[in-house]
Design a protein around this ligand. Structure first.
Ligand code: SAM
Length: 272
């Protein structure tokens, strides 16, 4: 991805509207692959209504629509551009409807659903117990909530180099918490929120990159970019070229593959 000071991509906080431009790119294929894995794991029957939270460009919603052909699927997101992309991919008689809606305001949704899904949408939510409680309120009896998150060792070894470089340049002081501690919190938050039979399923994938720039697109399309939020344009460009040089060295040494592990969490409505 080429980044220019005036193209809006620089405004990290402006976020997802700009990101939608390359969200379906090859470098971020793991989002689609993860949705496929998640939907493939679902063994639910009698599902007539589905709500997909933080649907983005609709990866999970489209996979769900192939499996649950006679269900009504609603995908919600706060980013207009993401939803525009999703709309463009929709076929004429699609069973999916995309709507602008904040997942932190689920209480304002009118209906209840048999299944609620959320792929990589919890990272922007401070109070996940509150979110999960609201999800529970919007599920029918026998309903399920399925959440997909990155799992430990995802993006390694390139992420290790990324955080080391951020430290070398004084951009971060300490290494951030790894995915596993966040996932432990999500599992315990699901239980606190009142979900029953909470279980997790591990899936492991690997992705190859040919050029360091491809890794930069991964940084920019995920939460990794949040560490760059405070940099001005020149500092950001400097960091980018320093980091990508290090990634290039890794590629030359034959290290060209990163792990992409996901954890699929499933919680059920307590039938009592
Ligand atoms: C990492 S993307 C995941 C998109 C999609 N679920 C997928 O797997 O491809 C996160 C999405 O969360 C959306 N998002 C972030 N905060 C949100 C909120 N409060 N309400 C609704 N959507 C939100 C963003 O606009 C973005 O589309």
């Amino acid at each position: 991805m080429i980044m220019d000071k005036n193209d809006g991509i620089y405004e990290i906080k402006g976020g997802f509207n700009v990101l939608s431009e390359f969200y379906d790119s090859d470098e971020l294929n793991f989002f689609l692959d993860s949705s496929k894995l998640m939907v493939n794991e679902l063994k639910l029957s009698g599902v007539k209504s589905i709500l997909d939270l933080a649907t983005g460009t609709g990866h999970t919603a489209f996979e769900l629509s192939k499996k649950y052909t006679d269900s009504k699927i609603i995908g919600i997101d706060i980013s207009e551009s993401m939803l525009k992309k999703a709309e463009m991919k929709k076929s004429k008689n699609s069973n999916i409807e995309f709507k602008i809606h904040d997942i932190e305001a689920l209480e304002f949704l009118e209906y209840k659903y048999d299944l609620i899904t959320c792929s990589f949408g919890t990272y922007f939510i401070k109070d996940t117990v509150r979110l999960f409680k609201n999800v529970l309120q919007k599920l029918n009896r026998n309903g399920s909530f399925v959440l997909t998150c990155f799992a430990e060792e995802s993006f390694m070894p390139f992420s290790v180099e990324y955080f080391a470089n951020l430290r070398e340049k004084g951009i971060i002081q300490n290494y951030p918490k790894d995915f596993s501690s966040l996932n432990e919190k999500y599992v315990s938050d699901l239980v606190i929120a009142g979900f029953s039979n909470v279980k997790t399923i591990d899936k492991r994938m690997q992705y190859k990159i040919k050029k360091a720039e491809e890794w930069w697109t991964v940084i920019w399309g995920t939460g990794f970019r949040s560490f760059l939020e405070e940099l001005d344009y020149e500092d950001l460009e400097q960091f980018k070229s320093y980091h990508l040089e290090k990634i290039d060295e890794m590629l030359k040494r034959g290290t060209d593959t990163y792990n992409l592990n996901i954890l699929i969490m499933i919680g059920e409505v307590n039938p009592c």
